[in-house]
Design a protein around this ligand. Structure first.
Ligand SMILES: Nc1ncnc2c1ncn2[C@@H]1O[C@H](COP(=O)(O)OP(=O)(O)O)[C@@H](O)[C@H]1O
Ligand SMILES: [Mg+2]
Length: 374
């Protein structure tokens, strides 16, 4: 059968995909778009500080620059942080290429896919067509960039680039851009989000300057920070065929026994020998010689073996009971407060920790209908 001439095939870039499906990233209406954008930027700043053990100092400016329709304002978001900045060669992609980021590792962070911040800039660009302005203090220089995103190609377009000496040794990032959003409906949600962020990060200074020029400051009450998370190897219970294939590709020259013990978390020599014995594979086989069916069998064996210790929780950075208590006291001054950090647990090879705080009274606003919320 002949194909009808109307059928046209083409490929779209990741930026184009998220442009067409921006609702899945939280940019579905003017209220959510503004709220999500602020959230992504605050999280990037907190991530940048926490990953380096820096006490966060974050200032967020919101200004209304114009009116797009009765419910849409042109809002400028500007955020400054002291999180150490970004190496200059990565600045264009970090801010102008969707799915590019530094968090594709097995380590806890707020961002994951190299997407969040860029969705905010992309949304800003398609609604207001202004470039994104980035200033980064990194080592001996201060870099300034004006960037737009080529959505069809998923590439940054650098409109301006300048650098000067960093005489005051400031290390951090300033991002400034405009987008359409419903400022007045989004504002209470933004304020609530920042308050909750201050509550779980009592070691952060977060300042908000709103569209009326009011300054709302959430000050740190402690200089104690949670231990930064450590990167680890994948736990065998969380692997799949694709992952084992990739790891085998990177370790083609190793013997099976050294591959297993060096590439996976909680896999020692004895366990490896036992698993290889079950599979009738010799520990001295070179990884590059494995066929695809052997990789599939090895993956199944790793997933199903129940003798591994659960993953250790060092890739996590729990707040901990003391800091959680500190944060809740600082923001809510409750009459009654109880906190609990449970022991780490694992699901499919991924560790997690449940941390809870329950508080009553003080500055907690009672619900309007009189029903208590716990
Ligand atoms: N304020 C910042 N300070 C330092 N690095 C940042 C900052 N904002 C973004 N980045 C870098 O840009 C990358 C992309 O950010 P983003 O698009 O939000 O994706 P994600 O946070 O999911 O990685 C981050 O992984 C990080 O390396
Ligand atoms: Mg992010």
């Amino acid at each position: 059968m002949e194909m009808s001439p109307e059928e046209k095939f083409k490929e779209i870039s990741p930026a184009d995909f998220f442009y067409r499906n921006r609702d899945i990233a939280g940019f579905s209406n003017p209220v959510r778009a503004l709220y999500t954008a602020v959230r992504e930027l605050v999280e990037n700043s907190l991530d940048a500080c926490e990953a380096r053990g820096i006490l966060p100092d974050i200032v967020l400016f919101l200004t209304i620059e114009g009116q797009a329709s009765s419910e849409r304002n042109v809002v400028r978001i500007k955020i400054t942080d002291n999180g150490g900045g970004i190496p200059p060669e990565h600045i264009p992609n970090a801010f102008g290429k969707i799915l590019f980021g530094s968090k594709y590792t097995l380590i806890q962070s707020r961002g994951t896919f190299g997407l969040g911040g860029k969705m905010a800039y992309l949304y800003g660009q398609i609604t207001t067509n202004n470039p994104l302005e980035i200033t980064v203090g990194y080592r001996k220089k201060i870099y300034f960039f004006k960037i737009m995103i080529d959505i069809k190609k998923n590439e940054p377009i650098v409109l301006e680039r300048e650098e000067k000496n960093n005489s005051k040794k400031w290390n951090g990032t300033i991002v400034s851009f405009t987008l359409e959003g419903d400022y007045f409906r989004a504002f209470p949600k933004i304020l609530e989000y920042i308050k909750l962020s201050a509550l779980v990060a009592p070691y952060a200074n977060i300042t908000l300057i709103d569209a009326y020029g009011r300054l709302i400051r959430f000050s740190r009450s402690t200089v104690q920070m949670p231990n930064p998370p450590k990167e680890t190897l994948p736990h065998p219970h969380g692997v799949d065929v694709e992952m084992v294939k990739r790891l085998a590709e990177e370790n083609r020259k190793r013997t099976l026994i050294s591959f297993l013990t060096r590439s996976f978390h909680r896999v020692g020599k004895e366990t490896s020998s036992r698993i290889l014995g079950q599979l009738n594979l010799s520990p001295d086989t070179v990884v590059g010689e494995l066929g695809l069916d052997e990789i599939v069998r090895l993956t199944q064996a790793l997933k199903n073996y129940d003798g591994f210790l659960p993953p250790d929780a060092s890739i996590l950075s729990p707040i901990g009971e003391a800091l959680l208590k500190e944060g809740i006291k600082k923001e809510l001054e409750p009459e009654v407060l109880a906190v609990e950090s449970r022991k780490p647990q694992a699901y499919s090879g991924h560790p997690f920790i449940v941390e809870v705080g329950i508080a009553y009274g003080g500055r907690i606003t009672p619900p309007e209908d009189g029903n208590a919320i716990i």
